[in-house]
Design a protein around this ligand. Sequence first.
Ligand SMILES: *Cc1c(COP(=O)(O)O)cnc(C)c1O
Length: 360
Amino acid sequence: MGRVYNFSAGPAVLPEEVLKEAAAEMLDYQGSGQSVMEMSHRSKVFDKIIKDAEQDLRDLLNIPDNYKVLFLQGGAHLQFAMIPMNLMKNRVADYIVTGQWAKRAFKEAQKFGDAKCIASSEDKTFSYIPDCSDLPIDENADYVYICENNTIYGTKFKTLPNTKGKDLVADVSSCFLSEPMDVSKYAIIYGGAQKNIGPAGVVIAIIREDLITEDVLPGTPTMLQFKTHADNDSLYNTPPCYGIYICGKVFKWLKKQGGLEVMKERNEKKAKILYDFLDQSKLFKGTVEKNSRSLMNVPFVTGDADLDAKFIKEATEAGFVNLKGHRSVGGMRASIYNAMPIEGVEKLVEFMKKFEAENA
Ligand SMILES: *Cc1c(COP(=O)(O)O)cnc(C)c1O
């Protein structure tokens, strides 16, 4: 069997070119006689890999000089704790709860202080982004927290919340590098790599420098202090070397495609193909309010669990895999990250049309 069209929400599809390059370099990375997996993280060769990765990411996102880029571990989940531990000086933070990941982050922050949920879309199964133009932001809030793209529910903030001058922290795991973003509007941007950037095991955090201090909550472990990693250029301990190397290759691939403006256009085009079909289909329907729709994760249902299961089974047999919706919502979800080619979406829609005709 050849390569499938992989609609997994994460770990997710990576550019074939990147995988081929990595395969070619597996036994001997650029004449070093070693795999990147086998070499010291203190070696000159690896130093260039991590420095190039950081520079390419800076180029792609136009990251201002007063932001640090950190390559961390522990998944997005560890950031749910690291963020309050490093930022909650007043022990107050405001959370906008637009899905399961935001809710987990909110719950975790409650361990450290007075974390408040100031807006939520749970009343309608997180199928929309609430109006965040005038929220009751606490005047002592250390930050306002969002999950910018809700991987499970398929919603995305189209405008950032009005934080009334407070620092904005965003989990961008599933929309990282899918389109340009203005880094200066955020205090921290972070995401797990396994959605749109690289293999699981790497978390990238982009943090405004003034937030990286020794003034953290008492008892914060050394490894959970941003300063530890910032002072050591992400090499305090052994970083996830191979993962960083693959992320670096994806950054180069993105630059070669033309950068994030081009990716945005391409992602809009792909998402439109799928949403346009869903909007006119008599069998399938999208589950998200139109103005909150994600470009990356597209959930849909037939309204009949047995038919959903039949669809997923037949789609898998036809080479469209990982279309099952998250276990908390059911139905289907097509994740169409940067590395999903347009043909993948076109062919999926053709398949859905055929399924619709056969099951009308
Ligand atoms: C997948 C995901 C997470 C959880 O990531 P882990 O790396 O498994 O901790 C958190 N937030 C968002 C937006 C995600 O898509």
